[in-house]
Ligand binder design. Structure first.
Ligand code: NAI
Length: 318
């Protein structure tokens, strides 16, 4: 049956992202089991999930048809990797971003996996071939990269290794759709996947504009938050171009292509953000004036509250 209720999802690592996935899967009615090497982390996860789900319920922002208490009842915990793997149709790996740690975990998983379990990594930086090469079950392993906070940002980047089967990719895609997430599937792995490649292109240019003294941090961020970002919350950059010329995107590039190339030729080299200590100190000084470090949590809460509203608005428009 297409019912998710009997299907078990295993989550490895019960930190920030592991908990977010647990909430997404439980909202869709899956049975979830979380595994962590630290018992204290599992205890914290259970408390945080209880708090977060009830708080979302109070705000009317809980996903899915089930009550918070019903969703919580779907989430179990274990410290045995073997138990986690047993009967799991999908395992979502959410351990810290350290390649050696991921490698040793995947080789442990490799010995426990049956033929029918897909293992997806939440990694934001490691191409799947980096940790799955040489493993028996490597064809069942891929990346499913969420954006923080996953509960309010639907994108998931699915990235196969060269040896990942088309079936594992398709199953993961359908699974993400069943959560109400919006996956994109890369044809092949590439450094930075798609999101970070685009995000870094933006970071490089805002760095250059601040470093050259053309804009302050507040103003360069306004270009996105009061300008481009408002369009991008609905349309991507290609559809934006498509709407911005009478004859659509072909007309747009015919009219503006030369200008785009001319401006692009003036960008200069990629900033070495680690070597340019003075530029970074200045960016940090301005950012910390905008949002003092002690107020980061408060600002994150504002971001999440905004994203709740934006998610509702987007649904109305789609
Ligand atoms: P975190 O530090 O909050 O949680 C990691 C958890 O893994 C901890 O509970 C830790 O005890 C546990 N752990 C460590 N070693 C383990 C092992 N061998 N087996 C089982 N559990 C183990 O980290 P976070 O932020 O949740 O990140 C997890 C993954 O998600 C990383 O790969 C990260 O790149 C990715 N990610 C993070 C995002 C973020 O904004 N934090 C966004 C998108 C992806």
């Amino acid at each position: 049956s297409s019912s998710s209720v009997q299907k078990k999802i295993g989550i490895v690592g019960s930190g920030l992202i592991g908990r977010a996935w647990a909430m997404l899967f439980a909202a869709a009615g899956y049975t979830v089991q979380m595994y962590d090497i630290l018992e204290s982390q599992l205890v914290t996860a259970q408390q945080e999930l209880d708090k977060e789900l009830h708080s979302l319920e109070e705000k009317g922002a809980l996903r899915g048809q089930l009550k918070a208490s019903e969703q919580l009842a779907l989430i179990g915990f274990t410290q045995q990797l073997e138990e986690l793997v047993r009967d799991a149709v999908h395992i979502q790996e959410c351990v810290p971003e350290q390649l050696q740690l991921k490698k040793s975990l995947y080789s442990q998983l490799d010995g426990l996996l049956g033929g029918d379990t897909v293992v997806a990594s939440s990694t934001s930086t490691f191409m799947p071939s980096l940790y799955s090469e040489g493993l028996q079950r490597r064809q069942q392993m891929l990346v499913a990269h969420p954006l923080n906070p996953p509960y309010f940002i639907p994108l998931v980047e699915i990235v196969p290794a060269p040896w990942t089967t088309a079936e594992a990719v398709e199953r993961t895609r359908l699974l993400m759709l069943s959560l109400g997430q919006r996956p994109v599937t890369l044809k092949r792995e590439i450094e930075g996947f798609a999101t970070n490649r685009i995000q870094y292109a933006i970071l490089n240019e805002v760095w250059r504009l601040v470093e050259s003294g053309i804009l302050s941090v507040a103003d360069v961020d306004r270009v996105l938050s009061q300008g481009l970002g408002l369009r991008y919350a609905l349309l991507g950059s290609l559809e934006t171009a498509h709407l911005n010329a009478p004859g659509g995107v072909a007309d747009y590039f015919k009219r503006f292509g030369a200008e785009i190339s001319a401006v692009s030729a003036t960008y200069g080299p990629t900033p070495d953000t680690q070597a340019e200590g003075a530029a970074l100190a200045e960016i940090a000084r301005q950012c910390e004036k905008l949002v003092p470090l002690a107020e980061l949590d408060q600002r994150r809460a504002t971001r999440d509250a905004f994203l709740i509203h934006l998610a509702r608005l987007k649904k109305q428009f789609e």
